[in-house]
Ligand binder design. Sequence first.
Ligand code: PEP
Ligand code: MG
Length: 564
Amino acid sequence: MIKGLGASFGYALGKVFVLEEENIIEKITIKNVKKEIEKFEKAIDSCKLDLKDLIDTTKLTIGLEESKIFEAHLMMLEDPEFIDKSKELISSKKVNSAWAVSSVSKSFIEIFESIDDSYLKERAIDIKDVTKRLVDKLLDRNNEIYNRLGVIIVANDLAPSDTAKMDINKILGFITRNGGVTSHSAIVARTKGIPAIVGLGDDIENIKNGDIIAFDGNSGQIFINPSEEIKNKFIRLNDEYLEKKEELKTFIGKKTISKDGKVVEIGCNIGSPKDLEYVLDNDGEGIGLYRSEFLFMDRKKFPNEEEQFLSYKTVLEKMNGKPVVIRTLDVGGDKNISYIKIPKEDNPFLGYRAIRYCLKNPDIFKVQIRALLRASNYGNLKIMFPMISSIGEIRQAKTIIEECKKELENEGIILKNKYEVGIMIEIPSAAIISDLLAKEVDFFSIGTNDLIQYTSAVDRMNQTISELYTPFHPAVLRLIKLIIENGHKNNIWVGMCGSVSGNPELIPLLLGMGLDEFSMNPSKVLNSRKIISKTDAGFINEKIDEILNISDAFELRNTLKNIL
Ligand code: PEP
Ligand code: MG
């Protein structure tokens, strides 16, 4: 048995498909040379269009100089030597175009790599890049892998957009070498209900393509080529899990109310309007976090105002008057968006990201704000800014809202609904001055995924020190209490959209602290409603000081278990 970090609940038993980063390209003999050459030409044209888009966005977002890299890539796709040699190989050897392209490019790469000039050596990297783009296109790689029937995907890393592409009816689960439980791939997996283990480290080498494995997405345990006994155990556990899911359905349509009558709200975290299906299935009472950055991922340029407007409007309309918190673009950290070129940083989690990026790029930010304001006419919108660390950022962001409002008014667009403006509290500086920040906004939503990492100085993605990343650290819990108190003193509501809000061990404590709104992955809503129905909020409230005076996280967790 090997063990990684359980990132998304559920049991998986099935065959492994190892995702190679550099897939070896199979050499296939083809019958119809003319058709293969047409396919090759079509792929070249399509890559050229992609590159032209990339050049435009690069010019806009980074600069002219950087866009020249892609101009060079474009030129390579127009290089007659490269094209003719590839075509010649396809027809003389009757081979598939992907193999021909990679073999021609290999010879070019070798030439450049052998030249004793660092500038020319670098060109080999560009050729590799263009070749990959072309080969991916020819093999239609992007979609194929994620829709294989009945496999467990094993990979070094998965980008959130990769996880988003997975078809839950086909993929049994995934395991990655890197990543932490709050990485965005893990979050997407939880939303979709795909069992997942991350941060397996070098143990991943023990898993081979075609192996049968059984894994538990909660404990992180993986059994390679398990015995019949273990297989049967997993089948039984899975059945029990499905049974429990059935039982929870009795909570559908019920209010979320504690044993002593405190009513709270359970909203859901989503990454796209597609996730609404899970929200409605699980009876979410609203959207507590729409991570709008997903709309910006897996594409080649910024979504324009109309595209954004339609996405936000869809969510608001489908939620039919229930609250919808849409967070503005939270790029950076592990949320990489290919066409937003953030210069390489030593500490991307502490760097140029989220609201910092938006405030420095008002043209991009304004497109989103205008789309949001227009969408506000279709429901109960709450705009939320991520990564706020100081009051100035809120004021600047609010000024931009006012500017956009004026622009829209001048264009004759009337905003008929009231909307709220709030912030995520996920940075300790914001938590500490939450009494002051509360005067500027309509609500707070506590982002524990980041609040834990910044409070404890523990990278949320680093599995080597993952045991230090804990919500049970009294510093984190004290900050949460402080934020809720400061919000309430200033008459604003306080929610939580980080993973802690769906943690069964902490829900009672949060309820006792007076949290007004919980927002979580849709799959957790019904179980959380059940836990709340069994909790006496008043009783927990009286115990809070005692709990928060325990200095050790491990001890605190045990005490909490005993009290409940
Ligand atoms: C958080 O930090 O808790 C949060 C909800 O935001 P994200 O996970 O998207 O950084
Ligand atoms: Mg965050």
